[in-house]
Design a binder for this molecule. Structure first.
Ligand SMILES: [Zn+2]
Ligand SMILES: [Zn+2]
Ligand SMILES: [Zn+2]
Ligand SMILES: [Zn+2]
Ligand SMILES: [Zn+2]
Length: 636
């Protein structure tokens, strides 16, 4: 990363994948001596190195579905982050000039020797980075320090509080007005401040003092509901874009310590690069030509435009097939009428279609499948097992949120902060990872029977009710009366498949010594008439790219049998039982969308789980109480 406030200077190094998960646009990143904020993409520089955009039309369409304008500006490119290998071996070489721009933030610093608290614009502190080979030594110092001892100027560190709001704004903590209780200093127009920070994680140990007038106040006064109510309204500041929202912001900001994990959450979309099936290729074409084809409201009208050049790309299909697809697209469009809550684009259907197509698709550089026989012991459980020998996952960053993570069901529930100053950026940051995986398809008959048998159970009712309650809380009054309270409810099938997926991930990691954080999951459970029973477990860790190798081998009948048995055996007991086994999702616990599940038995890392460890319950997979609830009985 590079600091562009004065001159471009390298201040640290993070891998590009980092930008998708923990430290992307708008995130605060803690460096050894101060903290920085990753700037918006308007300031990213692509002139100094060679790069190529990532090609994944399906992902690009999905990105535009969420942040493009339906008939206006569109995102046209998925760009890799500015990155060049080689800073390790040649710290002053070309790679050192390539990076993601950052600015120091918070912009208030505290001298570690004399406790002077001042903004960067006050010129009290100076930036030092004498040794370009050691970006980790970049620091701010207090040149005129009264407590200065021999040698170096004392180090100035970030004053560790910032303000953050639900709308994704970020601001400096208003120390001067805070210490003067909302007013001005009685003695000075530019009061001199001090911060007495006695360390620890508690704000209770931090005091702000005005040297000019003697007023002082503990940061604790700004904490909690009562404290927050005394803070000024949010100024609508996006420091990563250097903007203030001209319309202001009606949220009450919340003080956060800079290392807090809820200061930034990425909102990303990811797809597997799958070759189109004939059906999905046709859907893609219809989508592309939609502005033209929407006029074809009857087979006759389609026939009239059929021979026009615009329709040429459709001629590999019959008019009847094309018309059916047009009608399906029209129905989907009407379904997603503006009155409806927006939803994430359906990225899974083309993947499910390719995993379940009767004929394995021709292998490509990005995608290769190999069916393997199902072990006789698991016939009736798994209908298909596939080795995904090659996979390519492309992920795009479309924005970020603060305080709350993006909702996995509703992309607009938590306000998304923008990546750029323009409303629709011309491009978004993206990354690609190549890996491998195992695809398991469960028997539809087994799952459908189980679904029927648990449909009226008290356990499932508890999950449903918790979901309704959870939505009501999160929407905080935004749910309309005629709104289906179960909208977005993933269903019993999802919970069972998802739980099984976590069990398998944990067993694979124990069996093979992989870190479970290096695995990802995709659950194909479908909804409505689209019944699906698929689990894909794959390696998609950018930094471990291709080093795992052995995952596909686990799909072989004997090995898979061992992993599955181990997973199910482990699922029967948790060291937190009976507490864990008895748990039903019940409000008002903070995160209560899971039943018998906890960190000991079922949870996996944030980057592994597609649903933030929600919708998990061991009782729906193995008998841990009522055996009638279990999808899989007597297999261990
Ligand atoms: Zn000092
Ligand atoms: Zn004062
Ligand atoms: Zn705000
Ligand atoms: Zn547990
Ligand atoms: Zn999960």
């Amino acid at each position: 990363m590079t600091d562009t406030t004065q001159h471009r200077r390298r201040v640290g190094a993070v891998r590009p994948s980092h930008l998708m998960y923990t430290g992307g646009v708008g995130a605060l990143v803690d460096l050894p001596n101060f903290a920085v904020l990753v700037r918006g993409i308007d300031d990213w520089n692509y002139d100094t190195f060679e790069w190529e955009d990532l090609k994944e039309p399906r992902l690009l369409r999905a990105v535009n579905g969420l942040i493009g304008e339906p008939y206006g500006a569109q995102v046209t490119q998925l760009r890799p982050a500015p990155w060049m290998d080689g800073t390790d071996s040649d710290p002053t070489g070309p790679a050192s000039r390539v990076g993601v721009p950052v600015l120091p933030f918070p912009q208030w610093l505290r001298c570690t020797a004399c406790n002077t608290l001042a903004g960067l614009d006050s010129q009290v502190f100076t930036f030092e980075n004498a040794r370009p080979r050691r970006p980790d030594q970049a620091r701010f110092s207090h040149g005129n320090c009264t407590a200065k001892r021999k040698g170096k100027h004392p180090l100035a560190v970030a004053a560790r509080f910032v303000l953050v709001c639900q709308a994704g704004h970020l601001d400096d903590f208003p120390y001067a007005s805070f210490v003067h209780r909302g007013g001005d200093c009685a003695k000075a127009t530019h009061p001199r401040l001090e911060m007495l920070d006695h360390g620890g994680n508690q704000a209770a140990n931090v005091k702000v003092r005005c040297v000019s007038c003697g007023d002082e106040r503990n940061i604790r006064d700004a904490m909690g509901q009562r404290g927050e109510a005394t803070l000024p309204r949010c100024r609508g500041r996006h420091p990563h874009l250097s903007t203030f929202d001209p319309a202001g912001c009606d949220q009450r900001p919340k003080p956060l310590v800079i290392g807090a994990s809820n200061q930034w959450f990425a909102q990303t979309l990811s797809v597997l690069a799958v070759p189109p099936t004939s059906g999905s290729a046709l859907r893609g074409k219809v989508e592309q030509l939609w502005e033209y084809l929407r006029k074809a409201t009857s087979p006759q009208l389609l026939d009239m435009i059929w021979d026009f050049p615009q329709c040429k790309p459709l001629h590999q299909w019959s008019q009847a097939e094309v018309f059916d697809t047009i009608e399906a697209h029209r129905a989907a469009e009407t379904d997603a009428a503006p009155s409806e809550a927006p939803s994430y684009p359906d990225l899974l259907t083309p993947e499910w279609e390719i995993f379940t197509s009767p004929q394995a698709p021709k292998a490509t550089e990005d995608f290769a499948l190999n069916p393997v026989p199902v072990s006789p012991a698991f016939e009736g459980v798994f209908s298909h097992v596939l080795q995904a020998q090659r996979l390519r996952e492309v992920r795009a960053l479309i924005g970020f949120t603060r305080l709350d993570a993006p909702d996995p069901e509703d992309p607009t529930l938590v306000a998304r902060a923008p990546l750029s100053r323009s409303r629709v950026p011309a491009w978004v940051p993206a990354s690609e990872v190549r890996g491998e995986g195992i695809f398991l398809r469960l028997s539809e008959a087994l799952v459908a029977d189980w679904e029927k048998s648990v449909a009226d159970s008290a356990a499932l009712a508890a999950h449903r009710e918790a979901y309704v309650e959870f939505r009501r809380n999160r929407y905080s009054g935004r749910v309309q009366d005629n709104d289906d309270p179960l909208r977005g409810w993933p269903g019993a099938r999802y919970i069972a498949l998802h739980t099984l997926s976590h069990l398998l991930i944990r067993a694979i990691s124990l069996e093979c010594g992989y870190s479970s954080a290096s695995l990802s999951e995709r659950i194909y459970a479908g909804s409505g008439d689209n019944r699906r029973t698929g689990i894909l477990i794959y390696t998609a860790v950018p930094d471990a790219e291709g080093t795992l190798g052995g995952l596909v081998a686990l799909a072989e009948p004997e090995k898979l049998g061992r992993v599955v048995r181990r997973a199910l055996r482990d699922a029967e007991r948790c060291s937190s039982d009976p507490l864990c086994a008895d748990r039903l999702p019940r409000p008002p616990h903070e995160d209560f969308l899971h039943g018998a599940a906890c960190h000991v038995c079922l949870f996996v890392s944030e980057t592994t789980c597609e649903r933030g460890n929600r919708f998990l319950d061991r009782r729906f997979v193995v008998p841990i109480g009522d055996p009638d609830l279990a999808l899989l009985n007597g297999l261990t």
